[in-house]
Design a protein around this ligand. Structure first.
Ligand SMILES: NC(=O)c1ccc[n+]([C@@H]2O[C@H](COP(=O)([O-])OP(=O)(O)OC[C@H]3O[C@@H](n4cnc5c(N)ncnc54)[C@H](O)[C@@H]3O)[C@@H](O)[C@H]2O)c1
Length: 260
């Protein structure tokens, strides 16, 4: 197993992508700390890992709070004594554009995506540096962080920042053997209605503009995270993988091959 003896912290371990990432890393031998702030999502994800024979704990924490992030990593230390992998997956959305967004909502989205990614990465990286055995951070961007979208000013700006944080963290941490990369999902799994602040509108059965002709599955994202977190990606840092069925490769004025 590729991640035997490793400890992974996965934020936003809800029922869609984060839970699948936790189980995927655990299947390769990682001990997993599942983190979420909503209901009992962290415990549910950890229980799903243990049901498969893996080792996991759930920690309920709001990653936009410096105090709660410090406590999260203290509890990780107590449970497993180290951190080797961090997956910054938690996010919220707010479907509002420049003309109508409320300032509080603008700050809320940034505080989860940007502050949360920075705070968790700082706590994890300090531990990885002290351990002296390298490590891997995988951030979660979005196709909306690469392209403009009228009604997503806060989410789009914050996800664009995640791409730039990935490069910046990768450069500083490279001398310590700590790799930092990102994945870029496009619409995946049951996200509609589960992301706090996100749309509850039903999704079309088939996408019109995704060249591979289907929506993403949580496992598509989790496999890419596994690759980046594992020794298979030993020489990859500061990089992003688009896990988007070819969406960002499509010339904007072209119709996707699946579109009729
Ligand atoms: N699913 C998609 O279509 C899609 C597309 C592009 C990017 N993404 C990104 O992939 C990641 C996972 O997406 P998902 O669809 O599984 O989302 P999701 O909403 O189903 O899961 C995100 C989880 O993060 C948790 N969370 C939010 N704020 C938090 C906080 N402050 N502290 C702790 N936990 C918090 C939520 O409770 C939720 O369980 C997100 O970063 C999202 O932006 C998803």
């Amino acid at each position: 197993m590729m991640l035997e003896g490793k400890v992974a912290v996965v934020t936003g371990s809800g029922p869609n992508i984060g839970g699948e990432i936790a189980r995927t890393l655990a299947r390769e031998g990682a001990k997993v700390v599942c983190v979420d702030f909503l209901d009992d999502r962290a415990d549910v994800a950890a229980a799903s890992v243990r049901e498969e024979g893996g080792d996991a704990i759930g920690v309920s924490a709001d990653i936009s709070s410096p105090e709660q992030v410090e406590d999260l990593f203290r509890r990780t230390d107590e449970a497993y004594g180290r951190v080797d992998i961090l997956v910054n997956n938690a996010a919220v959305n707010n479907e509002a554009g420049l003309l109508d967004i409320e300032f509080e909502k603008w700050k809320w989205v940034q505080s989860v995506i940007m502050d949360g990614t920075m705070l968790c990465s700082q706590q994890a990286a300090r531990r990885m540096v002290a351990q002296g055995e390298g490590g891997a951070v995988v951030n979660t961007a979005s196709t909306t962080g690469h392209r403009g979208k009228a009604g997503f000013i806060a989410y789009s700006a914050s996800k664009g920042a995640v791409l730039q944080m990935t490069r910046t963290m990768a450069i500083q941490l490279a001398p310590h053997g700590i790799r930092v990369n990102s994945i870029t999902p496009t619409q995946t799994g049951a996200s509609r209605g589960t992301t706090p602040g996100g749309s509850t509108a039903p999704r079309a059965a088939k996408p019109k503009n995704i060249p591979l002709g289907r929506w993403g599955e949580p496992s598509d994202q989790a496999q890419a995270v596994l690759f980046l977190a594992s020794p298979m990606a030993a020489y990859v840092t500061g990089e992003n993988i688009n896990v988007d069925g070819g969406l960002l490769a499509l010339f904007p004025s072209e119709r996707g091959p699946q579109e009729t």
